[in-house]
Ligand binder design. Structure first.
Ligand code: SF4
Length: 303
């Protein structure tokens, strides 16, 4: 029996659902029941009522969100070391410090934060709904973390003042994109449309034809009449874009833009995780309760 067949067999026996983030390895995306951005796959976990176990092929904060939103299900993270460095940049102490400094400013946290941080905020957001979440608040000065680039982008879009917490939070993978690489690719493919993730720098956003989250990029690529796209986000998304748009061509804006944490999940690790039911993601109930409120408030925002 091949490894893939073994995983499929275990999946049926354990009534498990395999969810994969858009940045996962191609073979993980192919075996997953559903591929999407962090909140799309957490929502999927909520909708699949019959699933008893969820294998979350992603990084720590995403698996935590799935566990928070699905307390009755067992959530497994195949690789314990799959941790997002940006989520680690915002500590509870820093949030408390900034709250004391700006007592009237609501706290909005990107879902790319750990559960303990989420428990300190008023509402969460994703890169897909950050603009709508900020617009929904009756405040002009807002504490926003941990991604400074996303904060700047949302500030431009909404005209509100976003105070970045920490001061310089960033995604190390998206920071690797440089406009010079896009210029070189544009010389080779002058008709290509440039899509850029808001976690990229403002210089990258300036060369973009379209700025959006991974889910928005997928929708845009499908609906666009363009045939070629230069993509400014983690290279894993290109597997999905190519699968969904066989007649179109996609080029990653910089080939070195690989998130090493996202790539830690392999088929071997996925198999062992399902077989041995490791590693179960647990969030302390008090923390989960508060973080769930912030996530549920976000789901109420229409966008
Ligand atoms: S791509 Fe960036 S934000 Fe996403 S998991 Fe990797 S380091 Fe974190």
């Amino acid at each position: 029996m091949s490894l893939t067949q073994k995983i499929e067999k275990l999946k049926r026996e354990k009534k498990a659902l395999i969810l994969a983030h858009n940045y996962q390895r191609p073979e993980i995306q192919d075996i997953a029941d559903y591929v999407g951005d962090s909140i799309e796959i957490s929502r999927k976990a909520m909708q699949e009522k019959d699933a008893e176990t969820i294998v979350f092929c992603a990084v720590d904060f995403m698996a935590e969100s799935a566990a928070i939103l699905n307390p009755q299900k067992k959530v497994l993270l195949p690789t314990l070391g799959a941790r997002c460095p940006m989520a680690q940049m915002l500590t509870v102490e820093e949030i408390k410090r900034q709250k004391a400094k700006y007592p009237n400013a609501p706290v909005v946290l990107y879902v790319n934060t750990l559960a303990a941080a989420k428990a300190q905020c008023d509402i969460c957001c994703t890169s897909a709904n950050a603009v709508e979440v900020i617009q929904s608040l009756d405040a002009d000065k807002i504490l926003f973390g941990p991604d400074r680039n996303l904060a700047e982008y949302v500030q431009e879009k909404t005209g509100k003042t976003l105070i970045p917490i920490p001061e310089y939070g960033f995604c190390p993978t998206h920071l690797l994109f440089q406009p010079e690489d896009v210029k070189v690719l544009k010389l080779q493919h002058p008709d290509a449309v440039v899509m850029v993730h808001p976690e990229c720098s403002s210089e990258m956003r300036k060369v973009a034809d379209f700025i959006g989250s991974t889910s928005k990029m997928c929708r845009y690529a499908k609906e666009s009449n363009a045939k070629k796209f230069i993509v400014g986000t983690e290279e894993g998304l290109l597997h999905r874009l190519r699968k969904e748009n066989p007649g179109k061509q996609f080029f990653v804006a910089y080939e070195g833009a690989v998130c090493p944490n996202m790539k830690l999940t392999t088929l071997d690790r996925l198999y062992l995780s399902l077989r041995d039911e490791k590693h179960v993601v647990k969030v302390p109930e008090q923390t989960a309760k508060k973080a769930r409120v912030a996530l549920e408030r976000m789901f109420e925002i229409k966008c």
